[in-house]
Design a protein around this ligand. Structure first.
Ligand SMILES: [Zn+2]
Length: 485
């Protein structure tokens, strides 16, 4: 297979993807802050990560994927001032911040499943990795890269020469441009928080842990011995705990580049002493709605359930996102959702007519279509180009079926469509398929085992197929199968 090329924000260039360990990809995706419903812009970044993961799997890699759940420490300003988003939501909704977190975390998983976003290996919660975060903070303090002030612990950016590399910012400009009220105790205006103490505007923070022991403590009074982590440190600590000090790919939305990812790199590398935290940084561009930036005040702010209420299938949104290259801004419109719905229908209709067609007729060049498809995705995950390759084949296929009632190499086309859909995951494969030789062989072996009353063996074969995403259905004395996503 040809190599995949990805645009790496860190080098500002298209690079050939080479994993740290052969055959394996370690990928970390910045996930949701669970204080509210995810909007379609947030979801688009997870969709991009899913496309990347599925394409890497198509290419034969085993992908170890981790996506964090932020349930503490993300302040409303995205920097080090203002209220914690969780605590603000808790105050407004008069609920415990952890109840709010669990509620929206569940909604996130529901949305994700509706969008056919595959399960990651882990969804670590920031609130459950406090000891690991404190360990990193303490290490940075020992090294003198972090320092303590009356309201927290800060990272001294002047001691990390590569600070600004990811976001193309110069430290002088960052220090000069810092518009927040100058904190007299900070060594540099651009220094960022690793730990916030329960004092000042955070004196009454509900979610609090002992700096000493890392244990959760209760109380609502000012107490500088307790506090909560800064937003960025969770990703450094959890990526390292679950994937290792150096990983292959880190993704997020483009708004994560600065300060979030810049800070993650500084912390992770200062702790590990490695020259890389993630080798490839992949960022999804913004979504515009009717040509404008999404915002609640403009009323052009959508969640997935808003789209469902308008009668759209969630998968139409999945399609819409993949119909534009991830490094171009998507302009979301309801008309675009209607078009996406029609495009899926067209593919679904073709799939069904292909399943019913005969094996007689012309031979189509499925291999050329597949090569075009792969070539597009290898080129920085050009999903719109990949879709175009599929639709060219659909056009030819429809013509052949209309004219000859079938296609000689129909099964090659079906195989290609199935591989396509392992990545795009927008079609419905409820119709049984009898023609996959490998699966047929397993079914035959299982039937033999059952005939010999070797039911353990029969179950084992069924379970092995299930692991490969194939579900067997025993009906009327014969065995059909379907793919499950
Ligand atoms: Zn993150």
């Amino acid at each position: 297979m040809n190599p995949l090329h990805l645009y790496n924000t860190l080098s500002n260039s298209l690079e050939e993807f080479k994993p740290l360990h052969p055959g394996q990809v370690l990928m970390y995706n910045c996930g949701p802050t669970v204080y509210n419903f995810a909007h379609i812009g947030n979801l688009s970044s997870y969709l991009m990560a899913d496309l990347l993961r599925r394409y890497l799997e198509y290419k034969g890699y085993e992908v170890k994927q981790v996506m964090n759940i932020t349930d503490v420490g993300h302040l409303v300003s995205d920097s080090d001032t203002g209220e914690d988003k969780m605590e603000k939501a808790a105050r407004e909704q008069q609920q415990d911040p952890m109840d709010i977190a669990r509620k929206y975390e569940q909604v996130f998983h529901e949305d994700r499943k509706k969008l056919h976003i595959k399960d990651a290996m882990a969804y670590p919660r920031a609130s459950e990795y406090i000891p690991q975060q404190l360990e990193a903070v303490k290490k940075l303090l020992e090294q003198g890269i972090a320092y303590e002030t009356s309201d927290g612990v800060y990272f001294d950016v002047s001691q990390f020469p590569d600070y600004g590399q990811l976001s193309n910012n110069k430290l002088e400009d960052l220090n000069a441009g810092e518009r927040v009220e100058i904190d007299e105790e900070k060594r540099n205006p651009a220094d960022f928080a690793l730990w916030k103490k329960c004092t000042g505007e955070n004196a009454h923070h509900i979610l609090r842990w002992s700096f000493e022991t890392g244990e959760r403590v209760s109380g609502l009074e000012e107490d500088v011995s307790v506090g909560f982590p800064g937003w960025h440190i969770e990703c450094s600590a959890m990526a390292s705990a679950l994937l290792g000090e150096t990983i292959d790919i880190h993704t997020g939305g483009e708004d994560n580049i600065f300060p979030h990812h810049e800070c993650e790199i500084a912390q992770s590398r200062a702790v590990s002493g490695q020259s890389f935290f993630a080798h490839y940084w992949v960022h999804k561009r913004h979504i515009f709605v009717d040509g404008e930036k999404m915002s609640k005040s403009k009323g052009n702010f959508y969640t997935l359930s808003d789209l469902e209420k308008k009668g759209f299938e969630p998968l139409a949104y999945r399609y819409l996102i993949f119909s534009t290259h991830y490094r171009q801004n998507t302009n979301f419109t309801l008309k675009g959702m209607e078009d996406a719905t029609k495009s899926i229908e067209r593919l679904q209709t073709f799939l069904e007519s292909l399943q019913e067609a005969s094996d007689q007729g012309p031979e189509l060049d499925a291999q050329a279509a597949r090569e075009k498809f792969e070539h597009s995705l290898d080129d920085d995950l050009n999903s719109s180009g990949a879709l175009a390759a599929v639709f060219d084949l659909v056009k030819e296929g429809n013509k052949a079926i209309a004219e000859f009632g079938g296609i000689k190499n129909r099964l090659d086309l079906l195989k290609f469509l199935r591989d396509f859909d392992q990545i795009f995951a927008i079609l419905s494969w409820d119709v049984e398929e009898e023609k996959d030789p490998e699966i047929e062989m397993h079914i035959t072996r299982r039937n033999e085992a059952r005939a010999n009353k070797d039911f353990d063996k029969a179950d084992e074969i069924r379970d092995q197929l299930k692991e490969k995403g194939v579900e067997l259905i025993d009906k009327d004395g014969r065995t059909a199968w379907k793919r499950v996503k």
